[in-house]
Design a protein around this ligand. Structure first.
Ligand SMILES: CC(C)(COP(=O)(O)OP(=O)(O)OC[C@H]1O[C@@H](n2cnc3c(N)ncnc32)[C@H](O)[C@@H]1OP(=O)(O)O)[C@@H](O)C(=O)NCCC(=O)NCCS
Length: 176
């Protein structure tokens, strides 16, 4: 019989010291799934740039990056909200989420999406969360619909993957 290992999953805001792990995470997950905007090359950012980016992010009231770790070490999930400073648009947050493949199906994506919604409500600024998902990404679409996101539009040719055009599904959640 395989020995069961007790693991502790923690979710917290990313800090500049996480930059290196976030870049490595983007490379690993980019290679694991066709559903991200990048592939095995990951975010293609230097550690110094990512550190500054995270420092800047911590000052903003309409942006956040949350990370899920195992035993307070290994990064296994990440969810973010990005928004501009422009007064007419600063209430619109674009959501991104990734969980490492080995950990799919354990509810980590659901917890991260709940935390994103709670953060958005508490921000007092974000009134609309939106995202565009690969039309074939049934797992993600199911997750978003479970969280109350509505499909708003199907965008033909929103992505080009291995020479094939893919529909993008635009989804959103109003924060009231
Ligand atoms: C999408 C993603 C974040 C989900 O993370 P996760 O930790 O596996 O999510 P959860 O375990 O909380 O929930 C997965 C849900 O999908 C369901 N699901 C699994 N496979 C499915 C499928 N083929 N079709 C429909 N639903 C499916 C599960 O049953 C579960 O739903 P439930 O909670 O109602 O039972 C993760 O798969 C991922 O990172 N994918 C690659 C990156 C990506 O696609 N990001 C989104 C880009 S828009």
């Amino acid at each position: 019989m395989r020995k069961r290992e007790k693991v502790e999953i923690m979710i917290r805001e990313a800090i500049p010291a996480d930059a290196k792990d976030i870049i490595a995470f983007s490379k690993k997950t980019g290679a694991e799934t066709p559903y991200l905007a990048y592939g095995a090359e990951g975010l293609e950012l230097s550690e110094a740039f990512e550190e500054l980016y995270l420092e800047d992010l911590m000052e903003k009231d309409n942006n956040v990056m949350l990370i899920a770790t195992i035993n307070n070490k290994q990064l296994i999930g990440l969810a973010s909200v990005g928004a501009t400073d422009k007064p007419k648009l600063r209430h619109v947050g674009e959501v991104g989420i990734t969980v490492e493949k080995d950990y799919w199906g354990f509810g980590i994506g659901s917890v991260l999406m709940e935390e994103i919604e709670t953060w958005a409500i508490e921000s007092g600024v974000i009134r609309r969360l939106e995202l565009t998902v690969h039309g074939g990404n049934e797992r993600a679409i199911h997750l978003y619909e479970k969280m109350g996101y509505q499909q708003e539009a199907v965008m033909p040719r929103a992505m080009l993957i291995d020479g094939e055009f893919i529909d993008g599904v635009m989804m959103s959640l109003m924060i009231d």
